[in-house]
Design a binder for this molecule. Structure first.
Ligand code: CO8
Length: 260
């Protein structure tokens, strides 16, 4: 598969999607997000892949939706196309059962911040800057900015960020709970890859179910979430991976999980 706006590679069970439109600070056009969708679907279907990284260039993860493309959009078309979900990347990301990490360097603004938040977690370079500046353009976030940011950083900071449109630096984003950890910019790819490889080496049933349960926690009450989690755990007893994982522990060896 050849792509125009992204590049794709894989290293030891980790599939990596690099947004590569540096002349526009990786602004997210519809064709670009369609390519992201194709690449996610291809990694999802590949049993040799256990985790996915989405990253950008050093200066920008993505500086938002492409404003030049959006400028001429009218309300009726936006509604008819279901903008911005008229690109397959958002759907592929929501459906993906493999863990997806956003490795963010530079700007993650507007749709770029939303794309990072739609991943399972964010690793940030120390030069990363997050923000939802849509208010400055006379619009509001539209791919989860007002919904996922509040769940990550709480109401006060989500309100303040979305209402002012200001940028938040990596260390503040880490303190606020938006990012899992911060790394020096020149170590971002190595550290993200190491984390992704650790995940990709686990039971793929286990990682898919953990992702499922944690995502459920964002949607349902605690009492229902606890039941959901327990039922998933119970269902995993008797699975190939449970047998192999526990047998390997008892036999003091590394588990050899089946890849499916
Ligand atoms: N869209 C299109 N082009 C962009 C964008 C963008 N979002 N961001 C930067 N560019 C282009 C610039 O126009 C410029 O191109 P050119 O050289 O042809 O003029 C080039 O990238 C370099 O940009 P700058 O010269 O501005 O670089 P600076 O380092 O001076 O500034 C900034 C960097 C601060 C990031 C600045 O470019 C900026 O403010 N960009 C816009 C950020 C923004 O407002 N993002 C939010 C967009 S709205 C949005 O995301 C709505 C979400 C709706 C759903 C999501 C769907 C994907």
């Amino acid at each position: 598969m050849s792509y125009q706006y992204i590049s794709v590679d894989s290293i030891e069970r980790v599939g990596r999607i690099t947004i590569n439109r540096p002349q526009a600070l990786n602004a997210l056009s519809v064709p670009l997000m369609d390519e992201v969708g194709e690449a996610i679907n291809a990694f999802e279907a590949d049993e040799g892949i256990g985790a996915i990284i989405i990253t950008g260039t050093e200066k920008a993860f993505a500086a938002g939706a492409d404003i030049k493309d959006m400028a001429g959009l009218d309300g009726e078309s936006a509604l008819a196309q279901d903008f911005p979900y008229n690109a397959s990347g958002w759907h592929a990301l929501n459906r993906c059962r493999k863990p997806v990490i956003a490795a963010v360097s530079g700007f993650a603004l507007g749709g770029g911040c939303e794309l990072a938040m739609a991943c399972d977690f964010i690793i940030a370079a120390d030069n990363a800057r997050f923000g939802q500046p849509e208010v400055k353009l006379g619009i509001i976030p539209g791919a989860g900015g007002t919904q996922r940011l509040i769940r990550a950083v709480g109401k006060a900071k989500a309100m303040e960020l979305c209402l002012t449109g200001r940028m938040m630096e990596a260390d503040e984003a880490e303190r606020a709970g938006l990012v899992a950890y911060v790394t020096p910019a020149d170590e971002l790819q190595t550290r993200a890859l190491a984390t992704a490889q650790t995940i990709a080496a686990q039971s793929s049933t286990g990682t898919a179910m953990i992702k499922d349960c944690i995502n459920q926690a964002m949607e349902i009450p605690l009492s229902s979430g606890l039941v959901y989690e327990r039922r998933v755990l119970q269902a995993l007893f008797g699975s190939d991976d449970q047998r192999e994982g526990m047998t390997a522990f008892v036999e003091k060896r590394k588990p050899a999980f089946k890849r499916k």
